[in-house]
Design a protein around this ligand. Structure first.
Ligand code: SF4
Ligand code: SF4
Length: 130
């Protein structure tokens, strides 16, 4: 039997500071500069609070944080206006992840980089591979 991947392998995260249904969106990421509509690591790419990417880290950015093009939007897996939590995932809906390579306990507002839109959820097109 093929071993399952760990939470760490797919960067599964859960909210710890009341982000709730805003969790895993740029608006609650420590790289998001709301006034500038920029991410501190994605250079000149305009970013909205409902976007997301595979490099999400919860928190708040310093308003004076510098912006640099450390990675491209494609490398980061940037998606527009897409709610990348377990509650909107093809493999969510139960107390354990239903992804065949995963299977660990989850909560509805958790997220990971294996997120896939469930059929009932209309996700925006991918800008890059995740
Ligand atoms: S693009 Fe990624 S790293 Fe940048 S603010 Fe959004 S989630 Fe965070
Ligand atoms: S339900 Fe989806 S987003 Fe949540 S852990 Fe499983 S694959 Fe990742």
């Amino acid at each position: 039997m093929t071993p399952k991947l760990s939470k760490a392998a797919v960067l599964y995260l859960e909210p710890h500071s009341g982000e709730g249904h805003q969790f895993a969106q740029c608006g609650t990421c420590r790289m998001f500069l709301a006034a500038k509509k920029r991410c501190t690591i994605l250079g000149d790419t305009e970013i909205g609070a409902d976007d997301s990417c595979g490099l999400y880290v919860p928190g708040s950015a310093e308003k004076s944080a510098a912006v640099s093009a450390a990675v491209t939007p494609k490398e980061a897996g940037l998606v527009r206006d897409t709610k990348v939590r377990c509650e909107n995932c093809e493999f969510g809906g139960e107390s354990k992840c239903g992804h065949p390579a995963l299977g660990f306990p989850i909560i509805s507002t958790g997220c990971c980089n294996a997120w896939s839109p469930k059929k009932a959820y209309k996700a925006a097109p991918w800008l890059g591979e995740r």
